[in-house]
Design a protein around this ligand. Structure first.
Ligand SMILES: Nc1ncnc2c1ncn2[C@@H]1O[C@H](COP(=O)(O)OP(=O)(O)OP(=O)(O)O)[C@@H](O)[C@H]1O
Length: 294
């Protein structure tokens, strides 16, 4: 089993109207639960589709579980944003199809538990968006994949269902050592769930690495307006004579400043408001290809 779930090197994808993703080099170690965040149109779905092998790169490479994405497909479960399922099949037929397609590994107990509250005779076309999500997640978990790629999986679930399914997903991932990549716009939901982070913005990776290490590399400073050197300023705001700034520290912070660790939401929002802030990849998130060829 590879110790790397995804490794991208100079990865790019162009559509007719321009680049959706460009110059992406990063590594996602295996066994992590990774939040994939970024604004609308940032390139998150494109990155996930490239990792499944459903899209081909225009430039660069992506390797998944140590091999070509197409060769790894059997070990990948992908839940696309639009949750494509066969509308005319029933819930029970859909799970049966999952079992037949993945006979060697199928986890029927988990798959059934995810859809336990649905009528097995109900046709997919008659289900609500959130109910379809349940079926799509049941298929994904039933497959016992090594890598789950989930594109906004929780977006149309009610808060209770979201809580329950997130718990089931994380419990399963923990038990099986599955790597999970989950795109989402709900930052507070990701905070407790994900131990790894990829921030994509404008088709490029802006932050990558262990959530804890990325948070620890930043502080929120409040103090008198003044020079913040040698620290790297991600974002700063002045109110009268008071300055509030999110910085990457380059040494001790002077006594004049009050410092606080930012929340994940504060950190991400500051980076999204400051596209010029330098990229930060922790050592584990650096592509080995890029490192060895640099
Ligand atoms: N099939 C396509 N044809 C042409 N352009 C596309 C296609 N798919 C995506 N794009 C463009 O590529 C860019 C990235 O889109 P993508 O769907 O990857 O973003 P995203 O981060 O997943 O967005 P969202 O959060 O809104 O789902 C956007 O500018 C989008 O318009």
């Amino acid at each position: 089993m590879s110790d790397t779930a995804i490794e991208a090197d100079g990865l790019g994808r162009r559509y007719r109207r321009g680049w959706a993703l460009r110059d992406c080099s990063f590594r996602l170690p295996a066994g992590r639960v990774c939040a994939l965040v970024g604004p609308n149109g940032a390139g998150k779905s494109t990155l996930l589709a490239l990792a499944t092998g459903l899209l081909r790169p225009t430039e660069g490479t992506v390797r998944v579980l140590g091999t070509d994405p197409a060769a790894a497909r059997e070990h990948i479960a992908y839940v696309a944003q639009e949750k494509p399922l066969h509308p005319q099949l029933t819930v029970a037929d859909t799970l049966r199809m999952g079992r037949e397609l993945n006979a060697a590994r199928w986890d029927d107990t988990t798959a059934r538990s995810i859809v336990a509250e649905l009528d097995p005779r109900a046709r997919i076309r008659s289900l609500s968006g959130g109910q379809r999500t349940r079926v799509a997640l049941a298929l994904a978990l039933g497959k016992r994949p090594e890598l789950m790629l989930l594109d906004e999986p929780m977006a149309d679930l009610d808060p209770l269902a979201r809580h329950q399914l997130m718990g089931a997903l994380l419990g399963h991932a923990h038990e099986q050592g599955t790597t999970v990549v989950m795109s989402s716009h709900i930052l507070t939901e990701l905070e407790g769930a994900c131990d790894y982070l990829l921030l994509v913005d404008g088709g490029r990776i802006r932050l990558g690495g262990e959530t804890e290490d990325i948070l620890a590399a930043h502080v929120l400073l409040t103090g008198p307006v003044g020079d913040l050197a040698p620290h790297t300023v991600v974002e700063s705001r002045t109110t009268g004579r008071q300055l509030t700034a999110l910085v990457r520290t380059e040494g001790p912070v002077g006594d004049a400043w009050q410092s606080m660790e930012p929340s994940l939401e504060e950190l991400l929002l500051a980076h999204l408001r400051s596209p010029e802030a330098p990229v930060l990849l922790t050592p584990s998130a650096e592509s080995r290809e890029a490192v060895t060829t640099a």
